[in-house]
Structures are given as C-alpha cells and as structure tokens.
Design a binder for this molecule. Sequence first.
Ligand SMILES: *Cc1c(COP(=O)(O)O)cnc(C)c1O
Length: 359
Amino acid sequence: MSRPTLVQVDLAAVEHNLQIARTCAPASQVVACIKADAYGHGAPEVAQRLDPHTDLFGVASLDEALALDALQLKSNFLLMEGCFCEQEQREALARGFDLVLHNRQQLAWIGSADPAQTTSRLWLKLETGMHRLGFPPAQVSGLLDQLGDSWKERAVLMSHFASAEETDPQPTLDQLARFDSAAAGFDRPRSLANSAAILAWPQSHQQFVRPGFMLYGNSPFTGEAPAQRNLRPAMRFSSQVIALHQLQPGEGVGYNLRWRAQRPSRIAVVAAGYGDGYPRTARDGTPVLVKGQRALLAGTVSMDMLAVDVTDLPVVELGDEVELWGPDLAATEVAAFNEMSAYELFTRLPVRPRCLHLT
Ligand SMILES: *Cc1c(COP(=O)(O)O)cnc(C)c1O
C-alpha cells in the first residue's frame, strides 16, 4: 500500500472548461495555454485531451513544445516567450511553430531566416502598459516593414493584460486603447485576452483568445467560486487522516507548537505536507475538507504531514478522506486565505504526490 496522497486531474473537466472559453468568445480561435506542465496538471495528458478542440497550444519555450513531440498533436504551438538564441529560433521555424517576437534580438535573428522555408507565423508583441514583454506600440509600422512582405502577411499583433481580473477597469481600458490605436490600419489578426479578459472583456476577444487558468477550472476573480462561471475544477489534491489526538487546553500542535488548543480539541493528522506541494506558509485556519466537511488547518505544515482541528466535526476516523483543494474546496480560496496565488499552488507541485489522470 502506498501513501494515500494524490493529485487527480479530471480531463473531462479541462475539456468542458475549454468549451466555456469558446462559448464566451465564439468568434475567436483558441490558444490553450499549457505552459509549465499545463499549470501543474500534466501537459502530455492535457494536450492530448484538448488537441481535437483547440486551435493552438501556448507554451513558454521550444523545449516545452519539443517535450510533446512524440504525441504527434494536430494543433500547432505558440512559443509565448519566443526563442532564446538564434539556433533555437532556426529549429522552431524549421518545425513551423508560431513564435512571439518581443525584442530586438529575436527580430534580428528573423532577418536572417527565409520565410519561404517555414509556415511559422510571427506574433509581434506590443507593450501596452504591463512593462513585461513587447515593443512600443508606436513602432508597429516600422517593425512590420522591417520584417518584409512575406512575414508581414503571417504576422499576428498581440499584447497581454496586467489587470484584467481587477474591479478597476481603467488599466485594461488604457491597454486596450493603446493596442487599438497601434493596430488600427493594419489588417492583421489580433490577440490580447487571457482567462480574465475572456470572461470579463468581450471587446478584447479579437481573433485569438489565450485561456490558461480557466481551463483548469478556476475563476480569476477574487472570491468567486468556479461554479459562478460554470467552470469545473480539474485538480483534486487529496490525502487521508493517519493519526488522531485529543488535546487539553494549552497543549500545542506541530513544529514550534504554533497552534495551541483553546479548549479540549481533537486533531487529525493528514499525510500531506510541503514536500507534496501544500504550502509550508499556510496559516492556522486555512480551510481543509475532511470527509467533505470543512475544518481548519492547525499548526505549521510539516514536510510529509499537516494537522487539522476537527473538534467540531461529528466523527472522524483513521483513513478518512481529506481534500486539500479540488472540486469541493477551490484552490483559489486556499490561496487567497494565505495571500497566495492558485497559479503558484498548481505550478509548484512537486512530482511526489502520485498523479492520476481521469478520462
Ligand atoms: C500564461 C499566459 C496566458 C494565460 O493566462 P491566464 O491568466 O492563465 O489565462 C495568456 N497569454 C500569455 C502571453 C501567457 O503567458
């Protein structure tokens, strides 16, 4: 019998969530973002499942695309940071992958590539306010001219939002205005929307949308349950109760006895810790589901274990099922309680918990 700590990924949920993105942006093609091992959900399995339903896959780099080579996917890749050296760019072009061009170096390497030798499209990234990647919007015309006609015919204009999930619309309105005025007059496809913009900014949908977080069943909006957007959480991170203790007031739990019993208390020890990807910084009171019932984290998370105050639950026994996040406890809620991001919870999961993909 192996350790009961498990990450289950529901591939049918991922497919459902992609359809939600399509429903929100019915006129747009979809770039399904599967960078960082599909946000920790397993890129090979997710890619295989979504391949018939997506138009492109968004990855960070050539290596992420090449790692999926053996799957013989029909959908092409978009390398969203572009390439990191000329040799790599040559290989990406030879394979026909779509490339983001966001800096002068990448542009110079394109200058020495023959557009007739590839079907790759170039996604020219414009910096519209986030100050992460891209060229100043005023340079669009010059950049397209520099690329020359054959590349230009295959160029896509893109940008990325800094704050599309926030209630203050102003930063997004500013970015949209900068993008629209730069792109006006160029008859090229456009792409701006991440998950938050797919859900909240229809005017940003354009020709290509780029969902990531929502594909895995999460709402990007603070405090919003996935069901409010008809999204289905794809990941279930779970384990079991492996010890139970009765504590007297004043007795403590875990390293440094951070949590102290204020009353006679019952503590359940669960076989999952920071070595399994549960954040060590999680605070007392973080929600945990024991047999489907809410209980609260008690004490510092250990490498292999954590403890939960189950005093108020009717009966808890050894072997009871514990959900750390999943369909019944949103990862975004666990993250928000700890001032963290669920994007980070997912992407830093180690290989240690066993991972099962459910079809
Ligand atoms: C990761 C990424 C996305 C997806 O963002 P989500 O918030 O996860 O939907 C979109 N565009 C780019 C350029 C990205 O890097």
